[in-house]
Design a protein around this ligand. Sequence first.
Ligand SMILES: N[C@@H](CCC(=O)N[C@@H](CS)C(=O)NCC(=O)O)C(=O)O
Length: 211
Amino acid sequence: MSDYKLHCFAQSGHSYKAALMLNLCGADWEPIWVDFFNGGARTPEFHAINEMGECPVLEAPIGNLTQSGVILDYVAGQFNMFQPATEWDRLEVLRWVIWENQKLNGMMGPWRFMLQFAPEKARNESVTAFLKGRSMAALGVLDKHLAGREWIVGNTATTADVACAGYIFYPAEEYDYGDVTFPNIEAWKARVSALPGWVHPYELMPGHPLA
Ligand SMILES: N[C@@H](CCC(=O)N[C@@H](CS)C(=O)NCC(=O)O)C(=O)O
């Protein structure tokens, strides 16, 4: 039996952060596919493991962990990898993880959902435009921060880099970036994807392509 079980699905960038961290740390883990688009996170069984009704959920020796930032902190700590070098850096990592959850992945996830996965009757141009605006602004913040830096915090990869990677590796065609590019993010993505154990989200988690 694996040490860790991750309830996840291939389209979930929040789950990808957790799956990627497990893989980068060389953990003994297995994915448990959640049939999210058919209500798999809304069942009583799922709510029994996460009252918040969200993926990811990590079944770990310590218990069931939810919220990607918590999972990243726990897994990285278990393997003593991706740790910040100083107390200042630890606080910086926390700052970026809180930010990505609200402003970056918290907007890119719903933006892509509206473009790719929402049922026709739930699609709304104004909502999608709002989500795009917020996502592009957040990507701009990250791109500016990465100018002249290799990693988001300090001189090595930390959980902040894995956290910010949530939705950014999904194919550009799944978004609507137009002509806007983020060169510093592209360079950082190349560094992240060169880390030993890096795997694309659609290969790392089950459920792609959607049936
Ligand atoms: N803050 C959470 C966000 C998790 C999240 O929103 N997951 C999505 C799937 S990508 C979900 O399960 N949404 C269900 C819902 O919002 O009801 C985290 O970082 O883990």
